[in-house]
Design a binder for this molecule. Structure first.
Ligand code: AMP
Ligand code: GLY
Length: 414
């Protein structure tokens, strides 16, 4: 099977490696890809915000499966364009991608499906903001209704800051604050069935102890030994299956990866957000742990054939740590030279913001690399990831040193 994978991040590097490793994949093409991906796949420099360019490439290489990594092409409806040409696609239609593209839409679907989430109001005027803030009280949670590249959400005790953020957005969702640990739990769906993956925890703030601004994610780990033992079944029953049924009933089935961002509150699980694609860096811990061959799995999802599939996992742990460029996330510096990457057993280094320049690699983005360690428990996985990342030098770069720290200590205590 010839596969075209769209994207250029650490997530696509991890997905690409697993697609390539599945014997069902005879040729792997990636657009635009990155220098890490170019080591095992053919990369094509196209503009992935252009549906026409993606479709043309899929036709040129006679792709039998297209896997879409990032949300923008999905929200732009590229999956619809490809399906019209009878090309199998792992990724939702434009209508189904609105679960990520519009927070108001996601709330409507959750309400119709009976899925637990924060109470909210959609607002466009100052009077509406004030009313919502009075209803919920602090801390105030204000979300841009549309895609905002990770900058859309402000959580603050400062009412003026909350108002200021709302004023910069066209339409906002203001909601009740959810207290409790956050996890990411992904489901792979063929439109009617959905397979729940194991949960992951992502570290969204830039600094240790969850200090500083939100980022795309500074690290992740799985499994979560501290989470309730029924978390997967519970999320399947309360969240994933009802959403898939609701999207089907609306005539807009969801085919692809449904990313549920969950808060585990004292009152039970609540959905914080949906994304319609694999998370980054969550994918860089899940894929190294997944035993099920990925190309066949995603092809089955793309062709309504998942009903009899069961996911298989390695009985190991994985910890991913992101190496970020100086100034990330506010003003990342690019152009720095990255030292030779170490080759270490049980460690994988995924490229994201890198490019090949002369003999070496240079940094070209905020999140430059993700280093994943795999081990028999979180402590071993962490040690491996941190040993490897400390051998990489890039002037001004930094990483969080507390990824999976509390969880690894808790696990040892059990
Ligand atoms: P999102 O872009 O929706 O993932 O939001 C970014 C981050 O804001 C989340 O990971 C949470 O940490 C935080 N957040 C979003 N909604 C809420 C909420 N209702 N209560 C508490 N924190 C929230
Ligand atoms: N790690 C968060 C995301 O992929 O949106």
């Amino acid at each position: 099977m010839k596969i075209l994978l769209i994207g250029s991040g650490g997530r696509e590097h991890a997905l690409g490696l697993a697609l390539h490793a599945d014997p069902a994949c005879t040729e792997l093409h990636v657009a635009p890809g990155n220098p890490g991906i170019a080591q095992f796949a053919q990369c094509h420099r196209i503009d992935i915000t252009s549906n026409a360019q993606i479709v043309a490439l899929a036709q040129e290489i006679a792709a039998e499966l297209v896997v879409i990594g990032p949300e923008i092409p999905l929200v732009n409806g590229v999956a619809d364009d490809l399906r019209r040409l009878k090309i199998a696609v792992f990724g939702p239609s434009k209508a189904a991608a609105a679960l990520e593209g519009s927070k108001t839409f996601a709330k409507e679907v959750m309400s119709d499906a009976g899925v637990p989430t924060a109470h909210s109001f959609t607002c466009t005027t100052l009077a509406q903001y004030e009313k919502a803030f009075d209803t919920f009280g602090p801390p105030y949670v204000v979300k841009d209704d549309g895609l905002a590249g990770g900058k859309g959400v402000v959580v603050t005790h400062d009412r003026q800051e909350a108002i200021n953020h709302a004023l910069t957005c066209k339409r906002v969702v203001i909601e009740e604050y959810l207290n409790g640990p956050e996890i990411s739990l992904f489901g792979i769906s063929d439109g009617t069935s959905i397979l729940a993956m194991q949960p992951v925890q992502d570290f969204k703030r830039v600094g240790n102890n969850d200090d500083g601004p939100n980022t795309g994610g500074m690290g992740a780990y799985s499994p979560l030994s501290w989470a309730p033992s029924d978390i997967i079944d519970d999320t399947y029953t309360q969240v994933l299956a009802p959403i898939i049924a609701e999207m089907n009933a609306r005539g807009t089935p969801f085919i692809g990866l449904l990313y549920a961002g969950l808060a585990l509150t004292d009152h039970g699980t609540r959905v914080i957000e949906f994304n319609v694609r694999f998370g980054d860096p969550e994918t860089q811990v899940l894929i190294p742990l997944l035993k099920t061959p990925l190309a066949s799995l995603l092809y089955k999802a793309a062709t309504a054939d998942l009903a009899d599939t069961v996911l298989e996992w390695r009985d190991e742990s994985a910890v991913a740590v992101v190496l970020a460029a100086e100034g990330y996330p506010t003003a990342p510096k690019s152009g720095g030279r990255i030292s030779q990457l170490p080759v270490i057993k049980n460690v994988q280094i995924f490229h994201a913001g890198t490019s090949q320049n002369g003999q070496g690699l240079i940094a070209t983005g905020g999140r430059v690399l993700t280093v994943t360690g795999v081990g028999s428990d979180l402590t071993e996985a962490r040690d491996r990831a941190y040993r490897a990342i400390s051998q990489i030098s890039l002037p001004g770069s930094f990483f969080r040193s507390d990824i999976a720290l509390n969880a690894s200590v808790a696990e040892k205590g059990n």
